[in-house]
Design a protein. Sequence first.
Length: 351
Amino acid sequence: MITTDILIIGAGPTGLFTIFEAGLLKLKCHLIDALPQPGGQCSEIYPKKPIYDIPAYPEILAGDLTAKLLEQTKQFEPGFTLGERAETIDKQEDGSFIVTTNKGTKHHAKVVAIAGGLGSFEPRKPQIENLAKFEDNGVEYIIKEPELYRDKKVVISGGGDSALDWAIFLADVASEVTLIHRRNEFRGALDSVEKAQELKNLGKINIITPAEVKGLLGNEKVTGVIVEKKGEDGFIIDTDHFIPLFGLSPKLGPIANWGLEIEKNAIKVNNALDYQTNIPGIYAIGDVNTYPGKLKLILCGFHEATLMCQSAYKKIFPDKKYVMKYTTVGGVQGFDGTKKEAPKAVIKAIQ
């Protein structure tokens, strides 16, 4: 039996940052994740994708963000159960929980924080008759290693942020990038739409709208796509890779059966207080939760994790009063006794 203060289900960015915030409160954390490594989607789906809205980083690759978060947590000695899925939860008489994985590993914690991101997920696939034939033979639903497309011809389908971001990124990698969307209007961030249009004007990417990929050509590997543009005859584009980016179909998996209040495949929480669910002692933070005004941003997950840890401390130590100290004043002390002191000049300035 693995025992900890806070059991975190999900080792994505929000789950990893929770370790740090809990550590400042001297709370131990253990994480469960079905993936074989920490980082969630940032390490599994798009480790080489740049992220632009992390404070202090004008740009950081998703994989590098995971590495930085792990470095930040080391001093608090978190535990990990990786490659296993949280399957069942049983509330004990004292209000604590036992969570068992699909491989039978049991975890005992006073507080459970669900930070499962989108949960388990699979890509949404276009309705193309011979699509399955070319999966992993020129058809990819996730870009893990951009160098695979170096000096190759690439066709991307989709109208959201992911399609736009990768079309922009691969413009400097692939020999030819074509972005196809069934509407004239894109759903992505305005800045990305403008940048894609600028690259089109420079001749660095091709944008075809409104249009859809209706068929694939090739024997063992993709050699071309059949495109149908509204009001025109179908035509062929030669390509080495076809990447349909229509988003992910999220599923909560076994967590959906834990008696939590669910709304549109997300867990409802009380954001006015502490992101606690309808079951006392179980919290949900990051993309897995929902509340009025919810934004699915890593930044918001960090904020939610911070407030959740404050509430968890009060629940675990109801008789203790925690006085928050700024890290610039108190420094950061790890569980091994080492301490990063705040610079004296900073302390003096604050005083």
